[in-house]
Design a protein around this ligand. Structure first.
Ligand code: KIV
Length: 270
């Protein structure tokens, strides 16, 4: 099947990509300028992840970020994007245990940021929330495996579902999310073979992070893959650049130009 030229990525486009075996590329973004650069590259999906809590706000976990924060980041991103599908994380505490609150949170994100879809972490425990959000016509991406909003339950960020009980629950949750109507599923930090089996056995596209290459697409946190963040180095992270050093070099040059009165020059003033 030949790939058609796509001017706007939709959930249907992602489905077709899975059907013809074309891999889906996804990265996070949290602001207008970065989102605009990403969109020009032809990236398929931009995730306004609650990882903003870590990389933008400096928190140790994703738990503190609020719905208002996420709407601010999402609307900034959305203003920079024409082509990519923009998916926004529902933050911790805005959907668990109360499906009406979940729907209201998702509606706020869609109305106030003009995003294309929302993402929620969890399986059977949150299926009522997912069902209610879907009933309002809002596309939902699932997220299983290492779900950072549950870090206090897990206790560590180590690989999930290595034991058969957790792997079996993940497989049944993946089927449940697919059957419930999620348009796609993120699998984070689980054994590659398990991720491959899930991707093969469900209809919706499976996007991996630390889940091996045999899934339907990949996602990374932008600040990690660009080498802006330095302290986080899991095995699955490939750094495509070392922007941390590049930024420091540029800023040090600026400082020394200012100190030596080499900036501004004759033609940089009025
Ligand atoms: O918040 C985030 O950035 C995520 C990705 C790691 C999938 O959920």
């Amino acid at each position: 099947m030949k790939a058609p030229k796509v001017t706007k990525v939709t959930t249907h486009v992602l489905n077709e990509m899975k059907l013809r075996g074309e891999k889906i590329s996804m990265l996070t973004a949290y602001d207008f300028s970065m989102a605009k650069i990403l969109d020009c590259t032809g990236i398929d999906v931009i995730l306004v992840g609650d990882s903003a809590s870590n990389v933008m706000a400096g928190h140790k976990t994703t738990l503190p970020i609020t719905l208002n924060d996420m709407i601010y980041h999402a609307s900034s991103v959305k203003r920079g994007v024409e082509r990519a599908l923009v998916v926004v994380d529902l933050p911790f505490g805005t959907y668990q245990g109360n499906s009406i609150e979940a729907l209201n949170s998702a509606i706020r994100i869609m109305k106030e940021s003009a995003a294309d879809a929302v993402k929620l972490e969890g399986g059977s425990e949150i299926v009522e929330s997912i069902t209610r959000i879907l009933s309002a016509g809002i596309p939902v991406m699932g997220h299983l495996g290492l779900t950072p909003q549950s870090i206090h339950k897990f206790g560590t960020y180590k690989v999930r579902a290595t034991e058969s009980e957790e792997a079996d629950k993940l497989i049944s949750d993946a089927h449940l999310l697919s059957d419930t109507g999620c348009f796609s599923l993120v699998l984070e930090k689980i054994p590659a073979k398990l991720a491959e089996n899930v991707a093969k056995s469900i209809k919706i596209p499976v996007i991996g992070i630390g889940a091996g290459s045999k899934v339907d697409g990949q996602v990374l946190v932008l600040h990690d893959m660009l080498g802006i963040t330095q302290e986080f180095s899991p095995r699955f992270l490939r750094r495509y650049h070392n922007l941390n050093d590049e930024i420091k070099i540029a800023v040090e040059r600026y400082i020394s130009d200012v100190k030596d009165v080499k900036f501004p020059g004759e033609n940089e003033q009025y």
